[in-house]
Design a protein. Structure first.
Length: 402
């Protein structure tokens, strides 16, 4: 049928239709999803010509624990309400009561579960703890990135959890039960960054002179409407009070839709915010490059440069200006990696106020009042709300999310 596997994601097959591509996502011998303007033509050919026996064909409504629905304006949404209901049923079966829904955040903002000194759980409750964590990890994959940093922290104790750790997981269940309507809306409109103040430096007299992004020569011809990729990055210094390690948090967008998220403790200990934010920026650009490459191999028209937003002005100014210098040798690799990407012109790194940075949700144990203004437009409210309002840096303003 002229479909061929994507070289970056072999489980996705695509077919050139002249002005766009059609896609089939497969898993072993199952056709999980068909993306096409007229999917019935594909299913009819599979059944009538190639004698496939298909079941469950029709508009996507449920897959891998996640509900799919459309708003009145046709916007596709994914919402794991059924999976949360299943989690609540499991909770009632295990503990004989429903989750407590009084708390408005998964954990206290100043909580450090690594300092917990309560008794260790017995074997039975350790298995229960591991099972609860596993369900939470899956629902993070289904779109509930608002609990990602909390589950990342609590999963560290799966081998030897304490009673206090189990109480924290119970609170996460209560939060999910209270805020079960969190959904990702597939907003396909191109965001407007035309007023964004991006510095345009000449890198010819720097070590990065001539830097350019190397792209594969075998990517398929881009088709369809162009898309914009942009990301938010943040770091939380000394997130772990025992090891001193910071957390890297990244939230990736295609147009106005969050599609990938990352929350993880850094591999090494940084003694200053500058180093932690530098490592986060480096990781973000690495992931942005991988995401861009996948999109290109899927035949998507990517409009550049890819934008990275961060809330540490010092690290942004030092990595985006050819005249800046670095005096801390242990930060050298992250520093040069970011600067070379900026010098290539394929990526731009710009400042956003910390209170408007949605990746803050992924970097620390947050309070409801602190994150709700940035979390609500992305996860709990329909409509197009990611317009960027930008002001000149010289006037003290910064791009903000609506």
């Amino acid at each position: 049928m002229s479909f061929f596997p994507c070289k970056a994601e072999p489980d996705i097959w695509l077919r050139d239709r002249g002005d766009h591509y059609e896609y089939i996502a497969v898993y072993t011998d199952d056709l999980l999803t068909i993306a096409s303007k007229n999917p019935e033509v594909i299913t009819d050919e599979l059944e009538k010509v190639h004698k496939f026996k298909l079941k469950g064909t029709g508009p996507l409504q449920f897959l891998l624990g996640c509900d799919y629905l459309r708003e009145e304006d046709g916007t596709l949404c994914i919402i794991p309400k059924k999976f949360i209901t299943k989690m609540n049923d499991t909770y009632v079966h295990l503990f004989g009561e429903k989750p407590n829904t009084r708390c408005q955040s998964p954990m206290d903002c100043d909580d450090h579960p690594e300092l917990d000194k309560t008794d260790f759980l017995d074997t039975r409750h350790t298995k229960i703890y591991q099972s609860l964590i596993g369900s939470c990890q899956w629902i993070v994959q289904l779109g509930r990135f608002d609990i990602a940093v909390h589950i990342m922290s609590l999963s560290s104790f799966c081998m030897a959890p304490r009673k206090g750790h189990l109480q924290r997981v119970k609170r996460v269940y209560g939060y999910l039960s209270k805020f079960k309507t969190g959904a990702i809306h597939f907003r396909t409109e191109m965001p407007d960054f035309s007023d964004l103040p991006l510095a345009d430096y000449n890198w010819d007299q720097s070590p990065y002179a001539g830097s350019r992004e190397e792209l594969p020569k075998d990517i398929p011809t881009p088709r369809g409407k162009p898309i914009k990729i942009f990301s938010y990055a943040d770091a939380n210094l000394m997130h772990d009070a025992l090891s001193g390690k910071a957390v890297t948090a990244i939230l990736h967008f295609i147009n106005k839709t969050p599609f990938d998220w990352f929350s993880k403790k850094q591999n090494t200990v940084n003694t200053a915010t500058f180093g932690a934010e530098g490592d986060a920026g480096c990781t973000a650009i690495e992931q942005m490059r991988a995401n861009k490459l996948t999109l290109l191999y899927l035949g998507v028209t990517v409009q550049g440069p890819a934008l990275l937003f961060g809330d540490n002005k010092t690290i942004i100014d030092s990595t985006t200006s050819p005249h800046s210098k670095l005096y801390k040798r242990h930060l050298m690799l992250s520093y040069h990696y970011i600067r070379e990407a900026i010098a290539s012109g394929a990526y731009a790194y710009t400042f956003i106020n910390g209170k408007d940075n949605p990746s803050d949700v992924l970097s620390k144990h947050w309070s409801y009042n602190d994150v709700w203004p940035s979390l609500q437009p992305i996860l709990f409210m329909p409509g197009s709300v990611l317009k960027v309002k930008s002001r000149s840096r010289q006037k003290g303003g910064n791009p903000q999310t609506g």
